[in-house]
Design a protein around this ligand. Sequence first.
Ligand code: SF4
Length: 291
Amino acid sequence: MITYKGTVIRPPSEADSLLIQVTYGCSHDKCAFCGTYPGKAFKIRTFAEIKADLEWAKKNIDGEFRRIFLCDGDAMCLSFNKLMEILNLINSLFPDIQRIGIYANARNILAKTEEELTEFSRNKLTIAYLGLESGSDKILKAVNKGSTAREMTDAVIRAQKCGIKMSVIGLLGLGGRKLSREHALETARVCNAMNPRFLSFLTLMLVPGTPLCDDYENGRFELLTAGEMLEELHLIVTNLELNGTIFRTNHASNYAPLEGTLPKDKDKLLRLLKTYLRGEAPVKDEFWRGL
Ligand code: SF4
């Protein structure tokens, strides 16, 4: 069997992918809103452990998946050589694999040269998911993201130049009520500078035990209402000027599921958002929201 340790997450678009843990936890593990890997000390698994999982998959479920997703939090933190060793093994065991995906942060993309990133994409690592969360440096610093908007922009541009499609993820409500407008405008501005292939938004849910939840409980952070979250999203979409980006809010945390290609569907998305804002379409009940 494939051995999984602790919570294992993947993006919605990797629902049918074979999940292989390359690391346990996240190399940063300091974001104030994140409760994804509680108590899971960061560790890079050994090549022998990863190989055992891939060989089990080859023997038992080959043909049942077309994509592989490398977990956990940011497997891109591996050195070029370590990641190439894993990509080479995947390609030799599964020559028909369609693509390999990974979570990445700005620092571990920028630590790779263009030649190294191009070598990854040649070996089917063709999609990476990066949590931008916000385009506002004030908010990024407040939530201890560990990267600036400029670093994330450079990382996305560099990876895409090397054939890795970037899927950038924003987090609605992260500026609270006080910084909602700045969050929306700066996030749109930074997304425009990145022009990612995919752009999606999650909606903030406070996780007990995290510093942000603590701030909320002590009156230092105001959580937006569903309507305010959607107003914020409306302001973001209004200001997006993207070219050929697939836009989605299909994550379980969102109040309204939207999907379209920008710029083609911008007016349609804004009209749909207005129907939610005017109460003509029901927003998702809190009960059905999840992370
Ligand atoms: S949000 Fe991402 S980068 Fe931040 S601690 Fe959680 S897994 Fe790590």
